[in-house]
Design a protein around this ligand. Sequence first.
Ligand SMILES: [Zn+2]
Length: 130
Amino acid sequence: MSEPVDIVAEALAVARSWKFLPAKTINRAIIVLADEVERLQAEARIAQVLPLQPQPETVTTTSPKRKRLTRNAAECHNCKTTIESKHRHDFRGCNCDPDSPTWIAVDGGLEYQRRMAGSHANYRDLSTYE
Ligand SMILES: [Zn+2]
């Protein structure tokens, strides 16, 4: 396995090759990577926990203490659209141009709340919890 510093250098080299890609494509790639890292970390935690003593609360992604998400949505004040992510890989962007600084997106469904917002985004979170 590579040293962490090599991984950072490789990731930067890949990121530099992305400079001509649209922001939306890059955002999607980042989401896919983040999901994969999350999955691998969960696997690693399970591998660590199981040989010792089963502790289900440390390996599940939703803690019993945390409020449960019942709606993952946001409204863009710029284009007046409401976007809602209904499942883990349901990536929804507003009607603004994805390359504009007002563009927003939601993802993750009810499993996790992922938000992307440009530097001039103006939106209201419409998520609900139970
Ligand atoms: Zn918008």
